[in-house]
Ligand binder design. Sequence first.
Ligand code: BYC
Length: 329
Amino acid sequence: MYSQGLIGADGTTHEDEEFLAAFQARIDAELKIEPNDPMPAGYRKTLVRQIAQHAHSEIVGMLPEGNWITRAPTLRRKAALLAKVQDEGGHGLYLYSAAETLGVSREELVGQLLSGKAKYSSIFNYPAITWADIGTIGWLVDGAAIMNQIPLCRCSFGPYARAMIRVCKEESFHQRQGYEIMLTLCKGSDEQKAMAQDALDRWWWPSLMMFGPHDADSTHSDQSMAWKIKRFTNDELRQKFIDATVPQAEFLGLTMPDPDLKWNEEKGGYDHGEIDWDEFWRVVKGDGICNRDRMKARRKAHDDNTWVREAALAYAEKTAARETAVAAE
Ligand code: BYC
């Protein structure tokens, strides 16, 4: 997994108790861990897994919305959507770069995505059927992403935390463009409002699933919290998202598709109905509505663009050879 020549490449750790205690003390003191710092193998592995999954999600996440660029209803909507989808591609690149500082190569990570070995967010295996889906993705999916990613700006691993700062700024523009689409639809004709409600009905539950399994079923949360990779648990973030989003739906005049959604005065948050975890795991394991299409599209893009990678490599080699020749003169 660790290739020669990359930062953090040797992947060596000396994990006696003294080392682990000193590492934890640095984390507890809120000091950032940087790529060349010694770190436990488990810390490195957790970060590579999470950052890579995050990068893949951004790249696969371009597909449902990319599909609507040619069909956006106005030039203004098209320009904003185009910029948003381009941003997602950029987020993927920052994240692959952050993962590379841990000694894993981009080729290897992309290979894991294309072979189906690596996960990406369940949410991108649902189809964007109408224009209201584009509004709902911005409002809910980017809204959920911000809720999850703002705490990641304080992640203990420096390159991931720093990448998240810029990503979050862009995500908040994405969320706004989505909510503004929803506002327009909800102020429009009965048909437009019905389209907005239909999109909310389909995207609400999958958006809640984005935060991952309940804490009791989360494999990695305890250790990731201790290492301050995660600052809040899956259920804590899901609750914050629900509490922030319900008033936004009320403002739009839309109804949340959850009859059990009720304000709980005592806890100061909403109670909600049971999430369909069978559906979640089915989608995560590759059997959602769009999993096969998404992977097919990614593999085709990778194959079709082989020439771009080859050309970039040839150009880099030529430039390096020229520089070596000049230096030797
Ligand atoms: N989908 O122990 P847990 C975006 C997996 S992109 C699929 O709680 P962890 C956007 C999990 O990987 C948004 N799999 O895990 C882009 C683990 O399996 P493995 C993406 C999921 O890591 C374009 C197992 O379930 N955001 O916003 O502690 C357009 C047990 O889970 C999911 C990120 O990636 C899921 N939803 O917590 C618009 C944020 N949930 O790996 C928008 C960074 C869980 O052991 N990632 N699994 O095989 C995280 O914050 C954390 O990784 C998670 C999960 C909260 C997602």
